[in-house]
Design a protein around this ligand. Structure first.
Ligand code: NAP
Length: 438
């Protein structure tokens, strides 16, 4: 009998965990279960639509899907179609790889006003996450937008808002989202960090890209920029120096020679969102950094804005029956072990940090731990899951179905647009009914 393994979540951490399990336990039977009828998680729903090269990593995941013993079980949601207890009873090893899909939100007055759009809603809207909010109306009317946070998600949001029709035409952005962005009379986009340029978690390529936009000029006040990165920890000092060099070129830019301005602002936090039926402005407070923490001063100022996107991180979605949370809001675990037979990888294990490749290292570590736990094969796996799902009239989507969806999306693309993504589960399921994948 072969080891039966359920991997919950078909994003990068799930695929790397499945691959590492195949290498460690030859002949294991692995079900990669996902709530959506399509695989690849954050590569599809998180990576920015203009970062097509990053998405090439799915070629590797497709190869893993093709390996003997691996099944994609899409359109099956943990907590809705199958419970945590059932999964444990059906599989020798359960690996939780479902990431963190809920946004962290601002807890300030006015944070529920129309115009405030969470990062998951915003990114979900342009990346076609089913059930995400339609932000088109708000965005298409925006003259000024604020993105709170100094991470790569904040830069993705700001960059996409600043792009022109021709820049968006070569991406896999939802066409309606591209239309809204292009129609928006946006002149000013503020990216606001509560701490300084040294503390910002931007990556160099993402920061540099802000210098390559067709109609947008990126600006920063040189008063924010330290003379060097000596205050940074040694392990990251070189990276911070490179970022500082980019920021210095932005500080030399001229505010008047482009229609759109991206203002990188540091040492400031929103404290109140102003408006009646729609936000119109944000009250900000100036911060200083004391022992690494942002501390508010008495100085406040206002920014007029119609849209505010807090890009301040993510948290776990609540899933019924799941073990309690550990510190940092991750699934409580010890080096990746949740309990004997159940493990956690990726963002659900370590929090919303790192790049795609980080999940490979993470998965290998956890699979090494699983090897030391020496699980034995005794549970039904595939067949048991199929029985439970069919008794509940749940029809999973398999890899063949996914490839029909994939082919249909690619066929809807054009010379320059690689695909037009389906935005609803119904559309995806309809595409699985076609005869053959291309
Ligand atoms: P992140 O890098 O952790 O950035 C979150 C930002 O939010 C930080 O600047 C943080 O400031 C700020 N923040 C948190 N709470 C705040 C509050 N209450 N008020 C104001 N600011 C607050 O997270 P992310 O941008 O969401 O990205 C998640 C992960 O995905 C990261 O590892 C990122 O690198 C990765 N990612 C990578 C790419 C790429 O490689 N192209 C693209 C997107 C995402 P403090 O530092 O002061 O806490």
């Amino acid at each position: 009998m072969n080891l039966s393994v359920a991997v919950v979540g078909a994003g990068p951490s799930g695929f790397y965990a499945a691959d590492a399990m195949l290498n460690a336990f030859s002949g294991s039977q692995i079900d990669i279960v996902d709530q959506w009828p399509i695989p690849f998680g954050l590569v599809r729903f998180g990576v920015a639509p203009d970062h097509l090269n990053t998405k090439n990593v799915t070629k590797l995941y497709e190869k893993i899907l093709d390996k003997p013993g691996v099944r994609f079980v899409g359109n099956v949601k943990l907590g809705r179609d199958i419970s945590y207890e059932e999964l444990k009873s059906l599989f020798d090893v359960v690996i939780l790889a479902f990431g963190m899909e809920k946004p962290r939100l601002l807890d300030i007055p006015g944070a529920d006003l129309p115009g405030v759009i969470s990062a998951t809603d915003f990114v979900g809207w342009y990346n076609a996450t089913p059930k995400s909010k339609d932000c088109g109306d708000l965005v298409s009317r925006a003259r000024s937008a604020i993105v709170v946070g100094n991470g790569n998600v904040a830069l993705d949001v700001a960059r996409l808002l600043a792009k022109t029709e021709s820049e968006l035409a070569t991406t896999d952005i939802v066409p309606a989202a591209a239309d809204a962005i292009v129609r928006a009379p946006l002149n000013d986009i503020y990216v606001v960090g509560r701490r300084g340029p040294i503390e910002a978690s931007f990556s160099f390529p993402e920061l540099s890209e802000l210098g390559d936009l067709v109609e947008a000029q990126t600006l920063v006040d040189s008063a924010y920029l330290p003379v060097d990165a000596s205050s940074a920890e040694e392990s990251v000092r070189k990276k911070k120096e490179r970022n500082l060099r980019v920021l210095r070129t932005f500080a030399g830019n001229n505010a008047d020679n482009r229609p759109v301005r991206i203002h990188l602002m540091f040492y400031a936090s929103p404290i109140e969102i102003i408006g009646q039926d729609q936000m119109t402005a944000v009250k900000m407070v100036r911060n200083t950094v004391v022992e690494g923490r942002a501390v508010a001063t008495n100085e406040t100022f206002m920014i007029d804005a119609d849209v505010l996107v807090p890009a301040i991180g993510y948290k776990l979605a609540s899933i019924e029956g799941l073990p309690s949370l550990g510190s940092g809001g991750v699934v409580k675990n010890q080096d990746g072990r949740v309990e004997l037979g159940v493990y956690v990888v990726g963002w659900a294990r370590r929090g919303p940090t790192g790049v795609i490749g980080t999940n490979r290292v993470d998965a290998r570590e956890v699979v090494a731990l699983i090897s030391r736990d020496a699980p034995t094969a005794s549970k039904p796996g595939f067949s048991g899951l199929d029985d439970v799902l069919s008794a509940r009239s749940v029809s999973p989507v398999d890899a063949t179905d996914w490839r029909k969806i994939d082919a249909a999306e690619i066929a809807s693309g054009s010379n320059c647009r690689p695909r037009v993504k389906f935005t609803t589960v119904d559309e995806m399921l309809r595409a699985t009914k076609t005869k053959a994948a291309a």
